[in-house]
Design a protein around this ligand. Structure first.
Ligand SMILES: [Cu+2]
Length: 186
């Protein structure tokens, strides 16, 4: 009799343990769907984020935050709550990249529920956030001097002396020839 009672208590305790985590979760609020959807890859940047929940939202305790890949918060409006739906408008156009939507809402029993998901903006018409500077390298090399300017001017000097020396020699030879011819003639 005693063992049967103990087994009954043990079974009840195990059953309670197994059921315990499931019971509050069923009563809690949860994200039902979202726009943009989880892991969505959009070809046009969204201007708003809409989250639809299982339970009605309390506007006072509804937070929706959008952040970029650098975990910088994207400017949005205050969440507009309508029944089970919360929407924030995105103030600035989103550049291409991956964004995280984080939310925190309150369940009917007062317990908070939070979660997050990501979506990606990949607009083929939008330029990348930082386009590669294609012309920078070409401009830098064009500014550099092509060749040292002083190389050509120095070559004009040396040939002057041989020419002068040759002229002096030629004049001396000519003078000697003239002197010899005069001596013979006289
Ligand atoms: Cu709860």
């Amino acid at each position: 009799m005693r063992t049967r009672a103990a087994a009954g208590i043990l079974t009840a305790a195990l059953t309670a343990l197994l059921l315990a985590p499931a019971a509050p979760a069923a009563a809690h609020n949860a994200l039902r769907s979202a726009t943009p959807a989880q892991d969505a890859r959009l070809t046009a940047a969204p201007t708003s984020v809409t989250l639809r929940f299982l339970q009605r939202l309390n506007p006072e305790f509804t937070t929706i935050v959008v952040s970029d890949a650098d975990r910088q918060r994207v400017p949005t409006g205050v969440p507009a709550v309508d029944g089970t739906t919360g929407t924030v408008t995105v103030d600035k156009p989103l550049t291409n990249g991956t964004y995280t939507v984080a939310y925190r809402v309150v369940s009917a029993d007062g317990h908070p529920v939070q979660g997050s998901y990501r979506f990606t903006v990949a607009d083929p018409a939008a330029p990348a956030a930082s386009p590669p500077p294609a012309s920078a390298g070409a401009v830098t090399s064009a500014d550099a001097p092509s060749a040292p300017i002083s190389a050509t001017g120095a070559d004009d000097g040396p040939p002057v002396a041989p020419v002068a020396g040759g002229a002096v020699v030629a004049l001396a030879v000519a003078g000697a020839v003239v002197w010899l011819l005069r001596r013979r003639a006289s």
